[in-house]
Every structure is written in structure tokens, then in C-alpha cells.
Ligand binder design. Sequence first.
Ligand code: ADP
Ligand code: MG
Ligand code: ZN
Length: 747
Amino acid sequence: MKQRRSGPLNIRVTIKTMSRSDNNSPAILDTLKTVFGFQSFRPNQESIVKSILARRDVFAVMPTGGGKSLCYQLPAVLLPGTAVVISPLIALMKDQVDAAVANGIPAAFMNSSMDAAEISEVYRLLKYNKIRLLYIAPERFAMPHFLESLKSADISFFAIDEAHCVSEWGHDFRPDYLGLSLIPQAFSGVPVAAFTATATPKVQEDIINRIGLRNPQVVRASFNRPNLFYQVRPKSKVESQILEFLRDHRGEAGIIYRTTRDSVTETAGFLQSKGIAALPYHAGLPSEERSRNQVAFNRDEAQVIVATIAFGMGIDKSNVRFVIHADLPKNIEGYYQETGRAGRDGEPAVCLLFFGRGDIPKIRYFINAMTDERERSLAVEKLNQTVGFASHNICRRRQLLAFFGEDYPEENCGGCDICTGSAEQVDITTDAQIIMSAVSRTGQRFGIGHIIDIVSGADTKRIRELRHNEIKTYGAGKDRDKKHWRSVMDELIAQGALLQEGEPYPVLNITTKGSDILFGRENFTALKKEEPKAKAGRRTAGDAEYDEALFDRLRAARKRLAEVQQVPPYIIFSDKTLHEISRQYPATLPALRKISGVGDAKLERYGEDFLAAILTYLEENPGISAPERDEEDEPAGNTQKRKKGETIEETYELFRGGMSLNDIAKLRGLSPSTIATHIERLIQDGRDLSLDSLVDPEKREKLEGYFRSTTDWGLNQAVEYFNGTVSFEEARISRAHLLRKYQSRTR
Ligand code: ADP
Ligand code: MG
Ligand code: ZN
């Protein structure tokens, strides 16, 4: 019970109180100076204080370090009675009470770390009006009689800190917070002030509605943190890159965020081995070790803390000089919050993100495993925003602020890698012109997929029907793959050269900026991409090109099938067929049937296996759009989907009946790899499966170790790595199992 040291009972000083109607500036300013020792207010503080004194509800969004605590501590000093502060973190509570008491404000907290005697002592202080501030954890509002006992006290107002925790749209939802809606109902005449450092307009609405604030004064401070320098660097060997950064920032305190516990442990160990005072922090560590490490960091005994996002809410350390994200963050809101922990003292600090596209498949894999449709599409949208932030050639500060609905007025922020010209850029004016010419020549009436088809010279039914193969730009970009054109397209949209308009089928329009580029009056630049891996790319086979990475996957799938069936690979499909698949990206069985070399018999026998490989590849490479499908390609209604669900259930039943993977495959006339994808899905859905009969536990251990250590989650690579001593199916199942574990422990 480490919270008890200074206890809740430090009450010494008496402070003069103003009468409830009194709302005069001299008293407020006087208190600011004498009690808090500050010369002037920070932006918005004064108006929030005045609203509370005038007994009006308040909703305030202020960035981290903006000085939210003062907004409720000051009125708590001036108003008679006790201000109740709801705060989610016990550690933070204690710090705040200590800080208040140090300023001579009688304060106490009540949380689960205290025993019954201590709690009743606090009740006594409350009853006899001995404290001005009472910090409480949200779960207490769910306890019976708690509101009743508050009612018998003299409560001046309620302050809800970290109010975004009430919203499921935010990044830090806590069900406990939902209970706070009882407050406005139970205390009709008592003002409620809610504070948060992160709220998009959507989250703001949600917070106000869920708590039930009554016509609140809404304050949105600027989210701009002028002293933070934002920077994104291509990620290669991230630990060495971090080390290099640290060599330039000797002795400075900083936080390094990683996504998983294992990588936290590894990176902390790596830095320690290089003589850096680094400590790990994640929710899997014993709580004593966690708080020990946090305290060491707070006291500057450790220079660096390597942590998952579990670290941070309770950190008020003001001299954090840098925040590094070694992996791609899941969403911008979290990123802003995490980087916000740098430079609270207003001194310059650096926010550095190492961005590698290799991080995307992992996140995609998590997202695909989500069962809730709405949750999944939300997560995809958030991922795209983060990737956009890292990859667009647009002022980072402008992008962050736009995310919170704020327009950044300056042309050049002077505080990011884009504005200071330290990010490497490439001129892609010609590519931009190719796309915009296609948009223009087709009358600005088509969407992204079709324009990319035109530019890359795809042979689709739609193109033939509209005779778009006859326009001048048709095939003008066929020497680059669709992924490339998609990224140019994204950049044009992000930088406002093209505009998407119309629902539900948005078409592309050219803006003024766009026509300046199209007619050569302005250049168009993008950020230089990380070097592609040696293997990826396109290769020419005969005349036409194909996606080499996909071809590799298909070839591996073919090899597996060939081994199972004991036939030479070319009997299954020829290279020519696989090349064509690697150009067309067929995403349904009917589309696959149209590829030359795929007849009915082969479709039935091998279709599902190859389709699985194609779909996985498309999922991992969101930039590639499958060609627009002809009508007859569409699965009829939901039947296809339902059928898939049923067939998975059948596998599940057989598996529970004790059958092995191969036996199930034989019995059902499906390939083992199809059965493995069923098992994978079942694991993702959180079904309870004992996997030991499928993958030998020792093997699974080895495989999971491998996946933990690599950013490349491809199954082929895994099988290759173990020189074929593990099967593709075993790798697939182990990977799914590992991810399932990760899902419950990314904090
Ligand atoms: P937030 O909760 O908004 O992240 P805090 O309330 O923890 O921010 O305040 C951040 C820091 O700013 C604290 O060290 C606090 O003492 C200081 N601070 C707050 N208001 C003022 C002010 N008006 N003048 C100077 N410093 C201030
Ligand atoms: Mg705070
Ligand atoms: Zn900038």
C-alpha cells in the first residue's frame, strides 16, 4: 500500500473563502499569485475558472501541460464546501493531493488503496467541511450509497479529469466513467466541469451527452504545442536508429514507445547493453517493478523509459525532452497524447516517429481479427489516418491540428521535418500529371479505382464499354504498379490537388491547385519512400509485368499443393496462369475462374487455396485495389459468406470431435491449408481450442518465438526459416495463436 505515505490527512492551512455570488477578478488573480505562485493565467484558464464560480457547467479541451488542474483547484480554493475531482489514476491522485497540500490547500483522496478506517476518516473530513478538494476514482460512483453520502456534504462542484475516458470513440474508454452520468442527475444545482486533453469534435459531443452536461460553456484551447518538433524517419534497424538519436541527446530524459511487451523488453535490454540508463514499463510487469521504474524515471535516475502505451497517463514529469515511437501508432489521437508528454515545461522537445510500412500488415492482421464490423472499419480508418500522417508531404503540425478540427494558420510551422526541409522529398510532377490528365479526359466523373485502371492500362469490361482504352492517357503509367499509382493518388488527394465528391460513389474533381500542377505551373512533391525490400517489385515476363511478391506467394502455395498431391507443380497451374493472377488480383472465385488456365475442375480443387493467398496479400497491401469487378463476379447476396461461416463451423465440430487436421481435410474433400485457415479464423474469433493436437507444443513455441522476433509475418518466410521442418499450416495456426495472445496484451 504505497499510497499511504503522506496520506489523505494533511490539513493545516486555512484559506479565506469568497461568497458564492462573488466572482471578481481581483480575488481570482490574488489567489493565483498567493496560493499558486503564478503571475498570470495561461490561455483559457481564467474564463474556465469564472464559469465554475458562476456555477455553470464547463467542457474544456486543453492540451497536455495546458494547466487543467489549476482550472478546478483555483475555484476549489475560492468556493465554500468541497470540490470533488474524479480522476482515473491512483498514482496521479496522490501526486495532485501532494501538490495541493504543498500549496496549502486542504485536500484528500479516496481510492481502493485505502483501508476502511482511512476511508471513514475522509468521510469525516468531508462531513465537517475540512477539505477543499477530494479526489475520487470513478469506480466509487458505482458503489451503493456513495452518492447519498456525498449529498449529505457541502459539495461546491464536480470536476471530471480525463473526461475522454467516458467515450467509446476515444482511445481510452473506461466503463467506470459511464457511472458519472449520475452526477448531474443527483446534484441539480451543482456545476460539473469536464476536462480532457484529447477530443475530436465527435468525442466532444459524446462526452457532453454521456455525462449529461447542462448547456456547458465549451472551451477548446488550441492543440498546438509550439515547443514540440515533429519528425518522421524511415524505419530500418530501429534499435540502432534509436541509439544514434540518443547519442545526440546525451543525458536528456525521454520515452520510447513500442507496441508489444516483448519489443519493450528487447529494446530496453539493448539500450542497457549499450550503457544507457533505460528501464522497461508495460502492464505485464509486476506492479512493484512498474512503479519502481516509473519513480526512477520521474526522479531522473533512469534517462529513458521504454514502454507500451500503458505508460503515461500518470506522468506529470515536465522535463521529458523527447518521445520516440519505434512502431507505427494505432491512431492519431493516441499519438498526439503520447507525444504530448514531451516538453510540458514549455522548453523545446522532439517527437520522433520511425515509420516503416512493414508495421502495417501486423496492425491489419489485428484489425482483421476483430469480430465487430463497426469496430473494424473504425480501426481501418484510424490506421489510414496514421499512415497518412507519416507519409504525406504536409506539415505534421498542420495534419495533427486538422485531426482535432483546428486550422493551423501559418504557412510554415518551423517546427517539423517538412517545414524545415529536413525530410527528403522527391518530385513526382509527371506522375501527378498522368493521373490528373486521366481524370480530366474522362470528364471528372470517375472514382479512384477506375482512374488507376486507365493509367495502368488495365483491361476491364468497364474500360472497354466506356472506350476509355482509347483516350490518350490509357496505359501511360503501365511501367509502374498499381500500388505506386495508388500512393500518388493518395498524395494528390491529401495535398488538395484532387477532391473526392459524392456519396456513395465518390468521383474525383480537379482543384485549382490540381490544374496548376496539370498545366505545369506548379511542381508536385512527395516524401521519399523507404527503400523497398530487395525482393519486392515487378518483373517482366514476356511482354507484361506482374506483381512479383504475389507471384512468390502463389508459387509457394502451388508447391505445397503439389507436394500433397504428389504431382509436379506445373500440373496444378502454369507460371503463365500465376503471372496473370499476379496482374489481375482476382478476389473472388468467379474472378479467378476467368484467368486463363483455370477451369472448373481446377477451380474446385485449388480455388480456395489460391484465393486465400491472394486475399491475404491484398489485405497486407491495402494500396493495391483489386480491379473493378464485373457484375457476375459479385457473390450472390450473402449466400457465399454464410456458406463460408457454415463450413468453418463444420470444421470446428469435427475438430472438437478429436479429428486431426489431415483427417478433417480428407473427410471434407478440402485441402489441409483450407482447414488451417478455418482454424485460424476460429482462433481469431476467440474460440476455445486446444491446439496441441494440431501443432506440437514445442514446435509452436519455436514458431511463436520466430514471429515475435520478426516484423515480416509472412508464412512462406516462416516455413523457409525452419527449412521446411514446419508446415505452412503449423505456421499459420501458431501465428494466429500468438496474435490472439498479443491482442489481450498490447498494453
Ligand atoms: P494538464 O493537466 O493540463 O496536462 P497541469 O495541470 O498538470 O496540465 O499543468 C502543467 C504544468 O503547468 C504544471 O506544472 C502547472 O503547475 C503549470 N501551470 C499551470 N497553470 C500555470 C500558470 N498559469 N502559469 C504557470 N504555470 C502554470
Ligand atoms: Mg492533468
Ligand atoms: Zn510544419
